[in-house]
Write a protein that binds this ligand. Structure first.
Ligand SMILES: [Zn+2]
Ligand SMILES: [Zn+2]
Length: 213
């Protein structure tokens, strides 16, 4: 493979990314200008990626290595003092699932807008750690909805699942108890007509069941 000069790599990366590397690093959290010598935790994280070759594309000559990528603001990070003050959390890179997108070096709170209710919500650093390291979601996935809306969506999903399970075998063989449950579920979904229909069915079924005894 042709060996590229540092200046050539620099030109190529600029062409591709359309931006110049930033030699002065500004902490994304506290916005203070940082010297790489005093960002110990950051350096450890970058070293780990290099050592274990965790990021496949970083060795491509176009990218010019981890440090170069870092200078192009490729990673999310924070300075040591932000971590000490609890404004940022150090990540465990090897627990994260990533391929074409960079892993998180650190986590910090982010404000996002809910796609459902348009309210802004915080995707906290603790949630991010849980999301990417425990639940092992891909690093590029981000929550689209606030907690309340997520809860509602989950509830709606579970209501739908229960309903389709109850309706699976047709109406004929359902017990009055289950018919009442179906009515309840329709009530939760705000479907009044269906709710009334199933309440009537449930009452009839109950009479029938009691008559059998
Ligand atoms: Zn900082
Ligand atoms: Zn919402």
């Amino acid at each position: 493979m042709k060996r590229f000069k540092k200046s050539e790599i620099s030109e190529m990366t600029e062409l591709i990314h359309g931006e110049k590397p930033n030699k002065k690093q500004i902490c994304p959290v506290c916005k203070s200008t940082c010297n790489r010598k005093v960002t110990k935790i950051l350096n450890q994280q970058l070293e780990l990626i290099k050592e274990k070759e965790l990021l496949w594309y970083s060795s491509h000559p176009w990218h010019g290595g981890i440090d170069r990528l870092f200078e192009l603001s490729h990673f999310e990070w924070a300075c040591d003092s932000c971590i000490e003050q609890g404004k940022a959390l150090t990540s465990e890179i090897e627990k994260q699932k990533f391929c074409d997108y960079p892993p998180y070096l650190m986590y910090f709170d982010k404000i996002r807008e809910c796609e459902k209710c348009n309210d802004s919500f915080t995707f906290s650093k603790e949630e991010q750690k849980y999301w990417y390291e425990e639940l092992e979601f891909w690093v590029q996935s981000i929550p689209k909805n606030c907690k309340d809306c997520r809860k509602k969506i989950r509830k709606k999903k579970s209501v739908n699942t229960e309903l389709s399970m109850l309706l699976e075998n047709g109406n004929e063989n359902i017990s009055s108890k289950n018919l009442y449950r179906i009515a309840e579920l329709y009530e939760e979904m705000g479907k009044e007509e269906k709710m009334k229909m199933y309440l009537t069915k449930a009452k009839k079924r109950m009479k029938k069941e009691n008559g059998k005894k």
